[in-house]
Design a protein around this ligand. Structure first.
Ligand SMILES: Nc1ncnc2c1ncn2[C@@H]1O[C@H](COP(=O)(O)OP(=O)(O)OP(=O)(O)O)[C@@H](O)[C@H]1O
Ligand SMILES: [Mg+2]
Length: 304
């Protein structure tokens, strides 16, 4: 097997003169779970589509599973399973029929597809839904079916664009467990997500984007250490501007997101003392996580 599952070298893409992927270079190793993070419009889905050979770069080189893409996109796609950001299941067909149609797209015989369907449905916890119309499934069941469908060709590489968006916490945990199972079997996963907990739990390495440019890269733990590295106190229920001037001397950094004040403090007790006597405030003290990194790297900083 090639030592690189996916390679981007100087890849650029513009739409109507606006650069949405700006000279990106990265490699994804076989067996790795590589997370693409970034705000809405950062270019994540465009990258996912370029890996599939469905969007042509303006410049740069892409290799996927050892072949150049999009030149040999058809061949690359044989080894890829896809969970697109927006489901494209056929609503009028049953669950089983959707899998049959998709398997034929990979040139599989009806018999071979029929043989694999029970295990796919079992994997996606949809065994009792084989003959249900997709239109009658819940959103979470549709997402699980899309995941099952992505596995029909036993792909080496999975490209998953927000696989758990819109799912309830049980369904999300189930998909996480399924993805960990696939990783344990040596699959390579490229995952885009807005759930920082998902990225933190699953990804070996993260690639953070803003406006099509890479702004940070590393393991979840390394990014948290590098960019935060101290306690976090979330404060709700007061005027963020007034509170920030009160506690400013005792914190490393303050950020406001909506109604919440995020304080990054080496000694959280000093912040608590400052806020004593302020009725109606709610304080949550916790260890730093990837969401803090995301807010710091891509959010509006109030002050340093
Ligand atoms: N086919 C297209 N034609 C024109 N502009 C496009 C097209 N596809 C994407 N874009 C633009 O490219 C930018 C990046 O879009 P993309 O879908 O890659 O973002 P994203 O990071 O996946 O965002 P989200 O988190 O909202 O899914 C956006 O500004 C989007 O409007
Ligand atoms: Mg997207």
């Amino acid at each position: 097997m090639s030592s690189v599952a996916v390679g981007f070298a100087g890849v650029t893409k513009s739409y109507s003169g606006k650069t949405v992927v700006d000279g990106l270079s990265f490699t994804v190793a076989p067996g790795e779970c590589f997370g693409l993070l970034g705000p809405n419009g950062a270019g994540k889905s465009t990258i996912a589509r370029m890996i599939l050979g469905m969007t042509q770069p303006d410049a740069g080189k892409i290799t996927v599973l050892g072949v150049p893409v999009p030149a040999r996109g058809r061949l690359a796609r044989k080894g890829i399973g896809v969970v697109p950001q927006f489901d494209n299941l056929d609503s009028e067909f049953t669950v089983r029929e959707n899998l049959l149609v998709f398997g034929r797209y990979f040139g599989m015989s009806t018999r071979a597809i029929a043989a694999i369907i029970p295990s796919l449905l079992e994997f996606a916890r949809l065994a009792n839904k084989a003959d249900a119309r997709v239109a009658d499934l819940s959103g979470g069941m549709r997402r699980r079916l899309t995941l099952a469908r992505a596995l029909i060709n036993d792909p080496q590489l999975l490209v998953m664009d927000e696989p758990t968006t819109g799912l309830d916490p049980h369904a999300r945990h189930l998909i996480w467990e399924r993805l960990r199972f696939l990783l344990a079997r040596g699959k390579t996963i490229i995952l885009t997500t807005h759930f920082m907990e998902e990225a933190e739990r699953l990804c070996d390495r993260l690639y953070v984007l803003e406006h099509g440019r890479n702004i940070a890269e590393g393991s979840p733990h390394a990014l948290i250490e590098e960019h935060i590295g101290c306690h976090v106190i979330e404060i709700f229920g007061g005027n963020p501007q007034e509170l920030s001037s009160l506690i400013r001397p005792h914190v490393q950094r303050i950020e406001v997101s909506g109604e919440t004040l995020f304080c990054y403090a080496p000694d959280p007790e000093k912040v608590r003392v400052q806020l004593r006597g302020h009725a109606g405030l709610r304080l949550l003290q916790r260890l730093p996580n990837l969401e803090d990194v995301f807010l710091r790297l891509t959010g509006q900083e109030l002050e340093k």
